[in-house]
Ligand binder design. Sequence first.
Ligand SMILES: Nc1ncnc2c1ncn2[C@@H]1O[C@H](COP(=O)(O)OP(=O)(O)O)[C@@H](O)[C@H]1O
Ligand SMILES: [Mg+2]
Length: 326
Amino acid sequence: MRVIASANQKGGCGKTTTAINLSSSLSLKGKRVLLIDFDPQAHATMGLNIKPSDFEKSIYDVITPKKKGFLGIGDILIEIKDNFDLAPSSLILSAVEQELIGIDGREDRLFEAIQELKEEYAYDYIVIDCPPSIGHLCFNALRACEEVIIPIDMSLFSLRGVAKLLEIITLLKDNVGHDVKSRALITMYDRRTRYSRIVLEKVKAEFGDNVFDTVIRYNIRLRETADCGLPIGDYDKHAIGHQDYENLAEEIVNLETAGIHQNLNTLNRVQDILQKTEEYMKSPGIEQPISEMEEPSSYQIQSNYSKMVEVITTEPADSFYNDEDI
Ligand SMILES: Nc1ncnc2c1ncn2[C@@H]1O[C@H](COP(=O)(O)OP(=O)(O)O)[C@@H](O)[C@H]1O
Ligand SMILES: [Mg+2]
């Protein structure tokens, strides 16, 4: 089973579109796929035509510490089509960011839920659609996955979101030994525009080999699918958007798996990183998602974040084990 997250702090770069259509294309190849909607905005849920009235329990009930006895992901599954299940999300998931503060094991809720699922359900792929922010939800997703797809639409804002995500991924690797393989995916590419070509070059310069060969072209059909609640392949199988996601699924299936093993002995270190992350998250403004409308003047956010990363990375690794809460 491969667990793949679709993440970028920037909104509107194609995370959800990628999560839905990659899941669908993998399922069309006969792979058993679970899509976990891990965004309180529930766009993946809605994008598959599942409305709040269609389910009682969501991924919130799996993750929240407030419930007595957790639900498993198996308790909330909705079958979308052959080989394709959804763990739906709802707005209340946003409460988790606050509810998890200071809770033991808060960084491993999703990881553990997926481990339990493994025994009973034979999924080949689990795809996690992340929210456009770096907080507990994104952190849980990064802990639970072995691979991250980072969709980058043709704007430099997307690259800015990536820098922050990559810092967290590096921290997890250096301090915790959890090595998440990240690859950039170019989305909404329009080769006719010079700007698209410039961004493409920058992405390749930044990510080197870690860019998917597949490029998702701008395709109006992909926009339409969100309204009709269908993966692109079920809406218009001749659309270039469908071809592109078929190619992405093929490329992913053929990629060597990262072969990453979760090391539970590193738990204490993760908790320490998370605790420090939370301290800085409390600063107003730090968790603002980056949207296309946002103006790059938020130096406050940048500097708080850099400070947070600086504190975490300069902390000697051994001291992670000596904290009073261990
Ligand atoms: N390749 C594409 N071509 C055209 N529109 C796209 C493409 N990918 C995504 N979109 C549209 O862009 C918007 C944002 O995409 P979405 O996947 O919701 O981003 P995110 O999950 O990162 O916020 C949606 O309206 C979606 O339909
Ligand atoms: Mg989304």
